[in-house]
Write a protein that binds this ligand. Structure first.
Ligand SMILES: Nc1ncnc2c1ncn2[C@@H]1O[C@H](COP(=O)(O)OP(=O)(O)OP(=O)(O)O)[C@@H](O)[C@H]1O
Ligand SMILES: [Mg+2]
Length: 877
């Protein structure tokens, strides 16, 4: 990213692409000239300076950038350069061999420089092992080779002893044993286990038990880096191969058997088949592991075409094709997020054997507390949504900084001591409900709102991070991880993890305790939001940093390092941050905006609470809007499936009656029975009061049925001519839900004030009950063109007098909170002719604008295990 050969306009364009505000970009270029790096540094430092305290932050906020002038800018630049930004800086400092663990591993001394040489070494003389063959295997490897014992029956004892020696854990988990037993029996194995459960050990232990090589296919360079560095700390030699590998000699060394574990990206392994066959013959390959294997399936949320070609492994490493092999080299495939459909796809795509052992553990994470809150997720909502977070981190700091205190009071408004999570339904105000709910629905027929325009495909294509190839997210931050993990160990050198609260009473006890300290990750859909939220949080003294794929790599590395070192409190990121991130003490994962699938959501949420302690997973989403699919290259079939996944997620957000953890794990095919997590907002607050919607369900069904010429089912009390109208329209266009709702309003005075948002919820309920279905070939996130099913017609015929008790869904509750007489676009338009109505509306708009400008904090209930219908009660009040 040089900069001198770019014009100012080009630099500004690049900055905007990264997500920076137009004004910040212009200001930065004006201040530091047309250099992308300097300009980025300038804007980011603006945020960081805010963290340093009141006096600095007031001088250095980006708004005041001009007054800083060149001198201040260069000072800030030099501050930035105090940190190492190059991979080589680190290797130079890390070249002295390090003792990895306690006395029991006195032999296991690994120098990082044995894994990668510095550029000086590379240019001056060949790497010590370059010209040698296997006789000169590094010391660390000799340790491993000496462990090549006959594994025998007591393999479990040996595995446990290696586990203690290298990783400091006392014993293997049950699923790890099962996976290892399959490998020992030369069987292929598919491991489906929750995020953070310890899948990596399933493929790392075989390398230690046999002294042979394990080849691991992994989708991200940053993930490979992370694992290699951890292994080197544990006295296991490992390397990664792929586009992010800067040292070309590593590949040669790997193919000569210098490393116990070789991480490789799918693109690269296809090129290395022959050398790997030679390695299998010389040193021996004991296992191929395919990590994050859901990437192989087009039906997964992270499809990676190169994973699809991995079937070559089965053929090229079978005993049939390689005479020196007695058995096929087993394949172990691992993932935390695979639906039943994706599992089958994995088995087929990898040509795994018929005897493949499938090891499934519960996907349930008993220490994660899930909740959903309504928010428009716009800048004007930050004040309400992040006040609690700001409070958490600001409380930790010394209150010597006057400005910070003032800001804190300002945001907290009427200063409330109880900032525990505000329940989505408890404190909804008029301004919280999206004024354009109905516009959203009209867009399928006619005009789209300006917000919709803003979120159009062209706009988003430039705004979101799409998971396409390994290089996109080549962060190569591994060189910074030298001391990162030590911080998470206690005084005895072991990890501070606890057994997760598996028993219900343990989980109830958890609820009484506050969250421990630890960092937060906020996931947002667009790059722009990463920066705007960081800017907002930094203003209040929170140590926050943005992370998106377009930001300079030096910045991204620093974010990784500081996140692992616990010096960052909040990372605001796009999906580019963190597949497989294994940091123990992440206390909160906040999703700010609709995620695209339950798979992606559960994987990202799974980064919280890996230490077994209570952690929050909060989704803020605009529950009055149907989410849209973010643009990506998809075939027609994939697009259909993507809509289906988004629809499943939408229903998760709309659900008000069943335990969130249950919904999540059952999505992955697990039977949760009658169990509940007892921690999520629904378990704690209880579902809303059931309502008998017999009349509403009947009228909706009648109107829909009439459209399909089922007038025999019509109730005489309703106007038949209206139904005839609909039948005539039939031949012109397929009526959507909105058309039906308009008809209901025209027909029944009683429902004039019931808006589309409410009917949308009812239509979903009727769809789930099997009374209506979508009459369109396309898959919609929300049922769009309802038509009756046979069951629906039977309902009209025989069940119309029966009670129809249902739990109102989230959108229905939102709608009931603010009944509106004029809810359709056209009604709104009509109303303007009446001066009285016009006056009322203008007053309302003015007052809601005023409210939106003032951040405020609201009183909220504590999360107590109270199974009352508190949500419903608060709605009424
Ligand atoms: N037998 C064990 N006993 C105690 N802790 C373990 C054991 N096995 C693994 N762990 C720990 O569990 C944590 C998570 O491990 P790992 O990164 O392998 O998870 P994962 O299942 O691959 O998660 P993800 O799906 O997010 O990639 C690590 O910190 C690891 O050290
Ligand atoms: Mg993993």
């Amino acid at each position: 990213m040089g900069g001198n050969d770019l014009s100012s306009d080009q630099v500004i364009k690049k900055l905007i692409e990264m997500g920076f505000e137009n004004s910040d970009a212009i200001e930065a270029v004006e201040s530091v000239g047309p250099s992308v790096d300097d300009a980025v540094e300038y804007v980011l430092k603006g945020c960081r300076r805010n963290n340093l305290g009141a006096s600095i932050s007031s001088q250095c906020s980006s708004r005041d950038g001009k007054s800083l002038g060149k001198r201040a800018t260069s000072l800030l630049q030099s501050m930035g350069r105090m940190r190492q930004t190059s991979i080589w800086d680190h290797f130079q400092s890390a070249s002295t061999p390090k003792r990895i663990r306690g006395n029991d591993v006195s032999d296991a001394v690994v120098s990082r420089s044995q894994v990668l040489p510095s550029p000086e070494e590379e240019h001056k003389e060949p790497f010590p092992f370059m010209n040698n063959q296997l006789e000169t295997v590094p010391e660390s490897l000799q340790v491993c080779c000496s462990e090549e014992l006959d594994i025998g029956l007591n393999w479990e004892l040996k595995a446990n002893s290696l586990l203690r020696k290298h990783f400091g854990f006392s014993s293997l988990k049950g699923f790890q044993k099962e996976a290892l037993a399959a490998w020992l029996a030369h069987q292929d194995c598919l491991v489906l286990a929750a995020t953070g459960s310890g899948k990596s050990l399933c493929f790392q232990i075989p390398a230690l038990l046999t002294g042979k090589v394990v080849v691991v296919v992994s989708p991200l360079i940053s993930l490979m880096h992370d694992q290699c560095l951890k292994l080197s700390k544990f006295g296991v030699s490992a390397c990664f191969l792929g586009s992010g590998q800067l040292d070309s000699s590593v590949e040669q060394k790997a193919m000569r058997g210098m490393y116990n574990i070789i991480y490789v990206c799918p693109e690269t392994i296809l090129r290395l088949i022959k050398p790997l066959q030679r390695l299998a013959e010389s040193r021996g390959i004991t296992l191929f592991a395919i990590d994050e294997v859901h990437c192989i399936s087009v039906w997964s949320h992270d499809f990676r075409p190169d994973y699809g070609r991995l079937s070559v492994l089965r053929e090229n490493f079978s005993a049939r094709n390689l005479i020196f092999l007695k058995y096929d080299i087993p394949i172990m495939a691992l993932t935390a997020t695979a639906t039943v459909r994706v599992r089958q796809d994995i088995l087929d795509s990898l040509c795994m054997s018929k005897e493949t052992k499938i090891v499934v553990t519960s996907f349930f994470r008993p220490n994660l507390r899930f909740s959903v809150k309504h928010s428009r997720t716009l800048e004007s909502s930050y004040g309400t949504d992040f006040c609690q977070l700001i409070d958490v981190y600001a409380r930790k700091k010394k209150i010597g900084e006057t400005k910070q205190t003032l800001i804190s009071q300002e945001i907290h408004g009427q200063s409330d001591s109880d900032h525990s999570s505000a329940c989505v339904f408890n404190d909804i105000e008029d301004s919280d409900i999206d004024k354009s709910d109905d516009e959203n629905s009209t867009k399928e027929n006619g005009p789209i709102s300006s917000r919709e325009k803003q979120m159009s495909v062209e706009y988003l294509e430039n705004e979101i991070d799409v998971f396409e190839s390994v290089e996109d997210w080549d962060v190569a931050y591994g060189e910074f991880c030298g001391q990162a993990y030590s911080e998470e160990r206690d005084s005895h050198g072991s990890f501070e993890t606890i057994e997760p609260p598996n028993k219900p009473e343990e989980r109830l006890r958890l609820l009484q305790e506050p969250l421990e300290q630890g960092p937060t990750i906020i996931y947002v859909p667009t790059r722009k939001e990463t920066l705007s939220i960081v800017k907002y949080l930094c203003k209040f003294g929170v140590k926050a940093a943005a992370y998106n794929a377009k930001l300079p790599k030096s910045h991204l590395r620093r974010v990784h390092q500081e996140f692992h070192e616990n010096s960052l409190e909040v990372v605001v990121a796009t999906m580019a941050f963190g597949m497989g991130i294994d940091k123990l003490n992440v206390r909160r994962i906040i999703h700010y905006g609709w995620p695209q699938s339950l798979e992606a959501y559960y994987q990202e949420a799974g980064r919280a609470g890996r230490d077994g302690k209570l952690a929050d997973c909060i989704l803020y989403a605009n529950l009055s809007r149907v989410p849209t699919l973010l643009p990506s290259k998809r075939s027609q079939d994939q697009a259909k499936w993507a809509y289906k996944m988004l629809s499943d997620f939408f229903r998760y957000g709309m659900n008000t009656s069943s335990c969130r953890a249950k919904t999540l794990v059952e999505y992955f095919g697990e039977d949760f029975g009658d169990e509940k997590c007892l921690l999520c907002d629904i378990c704690v607050d209880g579902p809303p009061k059931m309502q008998d919607l017999k009349e509403e369900a009947n009228i909706l069904m009648q109107i829909i049925a009439a459209r399909y010429n089922e007038s025999s089912f019509m109730d005489g009390s309703y106007d038949d001519s209206l139904c005839n109208d609909i039948q005539q329209q039939n031949f012109l266009a397929k009526p959507n839900l909105r058309t039906f709702v308009d008809k209901i309003r025209e027909q029944s005075q009683k429902f004039i004030a019931t808006d589309l948002l409410w009917w949308r919820g009812l239509a979903r309920i009727m769809e789930v009950k099997g009374y209506i279905r979508d009459g369109d070939d396309k898959i919609h996130v929300q049922i769009k063109f309802p038509e009756p099913t046979k069951k629906g017609l039977e309902f009209l015929q025989s069940e119309r007098d029966k009670a129809f008790h249902v739990y109102p869904e989230a959108d229905m509750l939102l709608s009931m909170r603010r009944p509106r007489a004029y809810s359709t676009f056209s009604d709104w338009g009509k109303g303007w002719a009446n001066p009285e109505i016009r006056c009322q509306r203008l007053r309302k708009i003015l007052s809601s604008n005023r409210k939106a400008r003032k951040p405020r904090i609201r009183k909220s209930k504590k999360h107590l295990p109270d199974f009352s219908t508190s949500r419903e009660n608060s709605m009424k009040s």
